[in-house]
Structure formats: C-alpha cells, structure tokens
Design a protein around this ligand. Structure first.
Ligand SMILES: *[C@@H]1O[C@H](CO)[C@@H](O)[C@H](O)[C@H]1NC(C)=O
Ligand SMILES: *[C@@H]1O[C@H](CO)[C@@H](O)[C@H](O)[C@H]1NC(C)=O
Ligand SMILES: *[C@@H]1O[C@H](CO)[C@@H](O)[C@H](O)[C@H]1NC(C)=O
Ligand SMILES: *[C@@H]1O[C@H](CO)[C@@H](O)[C@H](O)[C@H]1NC(C)=O
Length: 579
C-alpha cells in the first residue's frame, strides 16, 4: 500500500483551508487525526480580544458549547457527549479537535468579543479518509483467450468520500467497452463509522499478448497521492488453434530410411498427447509428440495424419513419398557378338517419379539409347547408362565386343595389309582421287605421304577399311599409303603424274590406244578374211588338178601337206596381228 501523506505525524499542520461557502470557511480534517479549526484568522487583534468561545451546530437550530476563554483566565471546557475530552484551544484561538470522525462534519463557530464588538466566525468541517488499502481479491486462476472472465475484485476499504477505482493493465487504464472489458463498482457504507468501501469487479476477455501483463487497480483520492494495488499477472490459456504435422526425414527419402512424424500444436497449456493416423492404423502417443516409422519401403508412401485426442477435429496431414529407383539393363556384363548380328538393348526403369536417362560409350556421351540392328566393329565399346531421379541415380553397363565371322579375316587379324592402292581422275579433271584399301584387325590407322584433302573413311566392316584423299599434283609424284595397327605396318606407293601434262597425254594416249586397238583388230580381221578366201580358192584349185593328174595315195599326203602349210601361214598372220 502506498501511503499518501507527506507526514502523518504533522497532520495537524496540513489541515487546509479550501474555500468559503456562503460566507463560511471550510476546513478539511483527516479521519482519526487532530483537526485545527481556525478562528477569525487574525481579523481581530489578539490583545483586543476579551473573550473567545467555541460552539457547534447540533442541528435543529441548537448549539452545543465546547469551551470559553476569557482574557487573563484559563480555558474553561464545557464540552459534553462526543466532544468530551477531545477539544482544546490553540494559541491562536483555533479549536483543536482530536480523533476526527465523520460525525464531526458540521459547522463549528468561534465567537469573539472585542471591546464592544461580538463577531462570529462559523467554519464548516469536512473529514476525509483515504482508503485503508487497495487489494485485488477473488483473482482468477487463469484467463482464457477470448472468454470474458472475472479477473478479480479490487477493494478500497473505508474511505470518505467513497473511492473511485480505476483498473489498469500495464499502467494503462482499462475502460469498459461492453465487449472485452466490463467494470462494475459498488459502495458499501459502514453503519458505525460512515466510511465507504468501494468494490470494483473487472471482467476481462484476454488476448494472447496478455501473458505476463500486469493488472493493477488504483484510486486517486481527493487528498493525498494516488494509491495503487500490488500487480497481479495471469496464466493466459487458449485451446489449440493450429496443428501441424511435421515429417522429419532424409532428403531424398529412400527405402530403408526412418521417418519421424511430429505433431506440433499450439495452445496453453499445449496438448501433450496425440493420435497418429498411419494409413488406417491409429497410434496413440501420450506425453510425447512424435512417432517414428523405421525401415520405410515404397509401400510406406501415402497420407499421414495427427490429431488431438480430446478434439479429433483438430487434425493435420502430410503426404510421405518414399523414393525408389530400380533399373534393369539387358544385356549386361561382357557381350561378344559376331559382326552383322542384332543386339537388343532394353533398359527397364521402375521409379517413384520421373527419371532421366543418359548413355555413354567409352565415356563419350551418346545422343540416344544405343540400338543395334547389325553390330559392326565400330560398335565395340563399353556402354554405360545412368538413370537419375532428383538426387537418386543408378548406373548399369555392358561391354560389347564385335568379332568377325569370317575365318579368312580372323586369320589375317593382326597386321594390316593394303589390298589395293589406286588412283582415279576427278570428274572435273582438276584433281585426282587416291584410294587406299586395307584389311586388318583391330582397325588400322591410315596415313599418306603427302597432304591431301581427306575425302572419307569407310566404316570398318568385316576388317576392311577404305580411305580416300584428293590431290592436285603439280609435278610427277610417288605417293605412299601406310596402314598400321598394334600388330604391324604395311606401305604401298603409287606414281601420280603431274595433272596438267597427264590430262593432255592421257587424252592422247587414250585416243591412240583405242585407235591402235581398232587398227590391230582391223588388221587381224582383214588377214583372217584374206586367209580364208585364199585357202578356199586353193582347196578348190587343188581338187580340180588332183582329179586331173594326181593318184589316190599321193592325193591325201599332198593335200595334208598343203593344209599344214596353210595353217602355218594363218598362224603366222594372226601372230603378226597380235604383236
Ligand atoms: C527392411 O525392410 C525390408 C523389407 O521391406 C527387409 O527386407 C529388411 O530386412 C528390413 N531391414 C531391417 C534393417 O529391418
Ligand atoms: C603437310 O602440310 C604441313 C603443314 O600443313 C607441312 O608441315 C608438311 O611438311 C606437309 N607434308 C608433306 C608431306 O607435304
Ligand atoms: C612426267 O612423266 C611423264 C611420263 O609419265 C613424262 O613424259 C614427263 O616428262 C614427266 N614430267 C616431268 C616434269 O618429269
Ligand atoms: C614409278 O616410276 C619410277 C620411275 O620414274 C619406277 O622406277 C617405279 O617402279 C614406279 N613405281 C610404280 C609403283 O609404278
């Protein structure tokens, strides 16, 4: 309790003159203290005073006598009843009244006789009392948010006039608003003392921020300092408004992991027990807010919920997805195929989400999944696929070796051999194409002794490779082609004549050649025809002459001799033609 008077011991001194009402002075006394009621306030000089007399108004026009002082005599006290033993005269003629009571609130009159004048100075007395103390009682145990609750009663005991009570929250006045704040005050007057006891009841609807708020009540009395009660605080309670299901798991969550479900709910006091709904199964958890699922599998995927045991409508849910990525690559491991055979590649993916596939061959990225309708040597290599889904990834591989089916090539497999080195004139006559055909395994590397424009290299099929370059020779050259692999080297050379000369000469040669050929053929045919004609004529002539002169035996020999000669001649001629 805060005390209000600067000095209680000197209450006598602080008695104050407030005002004059209808010509009357009013003097305020404090309950239980000695009150000095002033007389004439120096209007009459003390040495002029012959007699001073104090009386009081008893009501009904009656006066009660208190005391009299005549000049050069002692005070004569005549007070009776309630004033007996309570009155005395002050040096300045004021009346001292001890133990002021509410019944003392009446008019006291000082009568002064000076020379021939008799003057009366009536003074009205008012007795105030500040409340004995301010206390909050009937304090609520806790305040529930949003619910108008009687917070407490503030009592200001035994005051006069009755105390006005103000409620404060964190030192700020609360004003009744008909909704969240309601204040009802009542005053009870003590029939014996006449003192008033004020009670004020505060009904209050708490808000969340009222946790730790300090509630006080105070009065500001007509006299004295403000009185303030001891502060009180309250536990602010509220039921759960928000509930959240948290999933505590690794990311990504995969099979074999553990998952912890945590149910987080607000409220004061916060709930301590929960129901977890695990895909149809109900698990009740007391004095804890978590439930752990161990060794999850893809079947764990689904919707999970938690709710309050005492209020199942407060419920939260969350989806759990267990990620999985299974792949199956066929073929796998080491695969040996004969060139020309088909190879079926299948990659099966069983995943919980969308996945991406990438392929490499001998660590070089491929644009798409490999497909082999007919495998060739160049298809040989290590094929790897990587399937990714988010942070998960899986790898698989097969190593393809393509072998040649031909025994002949298998025999030569090893050192490379140049099968043919040839030249062609370019279609425009401005360049020459040199073609180097080689066999060998593994695939031989091809190089030329001169710089030409590489045209192309055929695929390496069945151990054969063909390499072409174009050249524009300005002089007669000897060009060599070299093929090599780990088993050996082979080289061949070809003479290439200067393009410009050769163009001219080749043309000449060509026309010469064909003309000569035609010529030779013409000579042979001519000789053959001539021989046949001569021969026939000779045969006819011989027949005729034999019939005439020669004998039978000779005839055969002679004719055979002649035929021999003829044959020799024909032979001779044809030989000449061939030369
Ligand atoms: C986890 O579950 C799988 C079947 O889903 C089972 O094969 C495996 O043994 C379990 N592991 C542990 C550690 O319990
Ligand atoms: C081929 O050209 C390069 C420069 O491009 C040159 O250094 C080299 O000697 C040339 N080789 C032949 C055989 O002409
Ligand atoms: C090139 O060879 C041809 C024969 O094939 C010959 O007639 C010619 O004179 C030669 N040219 C040079 C520049 O050696
Ligand atoms: C190229 O011509 C030279 C003479 O110039 C000859 O000795 C050589 O045998 C020829 N080579 C070929 C492959 O025809």
């Amino acid at each position: 309790m805060h005390l209000l008077f600067a000095s209680c011991a000197c209450a006598l001194l602080i008695t104050a003159l407030l005002r004059q009402v209808s010509g009357l002075e009013t003097v305020i006394g404090l309950y239980g203290e000695t009150l000095e009621i002033p007389c004439n306030k120096g209007a009459v000089k003390a040495e002029d005073v012959v007699m001073t007399k104090w009386k009081y108004d008893k009501g009904d026009g009656l006066s009660g006598h208190l005391l009299v002082k005549q000049k050069n005599q002692n005070v004569s006290i005549s007070a009776t009843d309630e004033y007996k033993g309570r009155v005395s005269l002050a040096a300045n003629s004021g009346l001292l009244l001890s133990a002021a009571k509410l019944t003392d609130q009446r008019t006291f009159t000082c009568m002064v006789v000076a020379s021939a004048d008799i003057t009366e100075y009536p003074v009205t007395v008012v007795v105030y009392k500040t409340p004995a103390g301010l206390e909050i009682s009937d304090k609520a145990e806790e305040l529930e948010i949003g619910k108008l609750t009687k917070l407490g009663t503030c009592v200001a005991q035994d005051a006069n006039p009755a105390a006005n009570i103000t409620w404060l929250k964190n030192n700020k006045p609360l004003v009744a608003d008909g909704k969240g704040i309601s204040i009802q005050a009542s005053v009870l007057v003590d029939p014996v003392t006449g003192l008033s006891t004020t009670s004020s009841i505060l009904e209050y609807s708490a808000e969340k921020e009222d946790t730790d708020a300090q509630f006080t009540c105070s009065t500001q009395h007509t006299v004295g300092a403000e009185q303030v009660s001891s502060p009180v605080t309250f536990t602010i309670t509220y039921s759960t408004e928000n509930i959240v299901l948290q999933v505590i798991a690794q990311d990504p969550l995969v099979e074999g992991d553990n998952v912890t479900l945590k149910c987080v709910a607000d409220g004061n006091p916060a709930p301590t027990s929960f129901n977890f709904h695990l895909k149809g199964e109900l698990v009740k958890v007391e004095d804890a807010d978590t439930h752990t699922i161990t060794n999850v599998s893809r079947d764990t995927t689904g919707e999970y919920k938690c709710s309050l045991i005492d209020n199942p409508t407060m419920e939260a849910s969350k989806d759990i997805t267990v990620n999985y990525l299974d792949i199956n690559l066929s073929p796998s491991g080491n695969i040996i195929k004969n060139a020309g055979e088909a190879l079926d590649v299948t990659l099966q993916i069983d995943a919980s989400g969308e996945s991406k596939v990438s392929w490499t061959k001998d660590n070089v990225k491929l644009d798409k999944e490999p497909k082999f309708t007919k495998v060739t040597y160049s298809d040989s290599g290590l094929y790897e696929c990587e399937v990714t889904m988010g942070l998960l990834s899986r790898k698989a591989a097969f190593d393809l070796v393509v072998e040649d089916v031909s025994e002949e090539l298998r025999a030569v497999a090893g050192a490379p051999v140049i099968r043919q080195l040839s030249k062609q004139r370019g279609e425009d006559g401005q360049h020459k194409v040199l073609i180097c055909e080689a066999e060998g395994s593994p695939k031989p590397a091809v190089s030329w002794s001169i710089n030409g424009t590489s045209l192309d290299e055929s695929p390496f099929v069945n151990g054969k490779i063909t390499h072409k370059i174009t050249v524009v020779p300005t002089a007669n050259l000897t060009v060599s082609c070299t093929v090599s692999n780990e088993f050996g080297v082979d080289t061949r050379a070809i003479n290439v004549s200067s393009l410009f000369e050769e163009v001219r000469m080749d043309k000449q040669d060509q026309s010469d050649d064909s003309d000569q050929t035609k010529l030779v053929v013409g000579v042979v045919v001519g000789l053959l025809v001539a021989t046949v004609v001569i021969g026939l004529a000779y045969l006819v002539y011989m027949k005729k002459s034999k019939q005439g002169s020669w004998k039978t035996g000779e005839k055969e020999n002679g004719s055979s001799e002649e035929e021999k000669k003829l044959e020799e001649k024909v032979e001779e001629n044809s030989q000449k033609a061939e030369v």
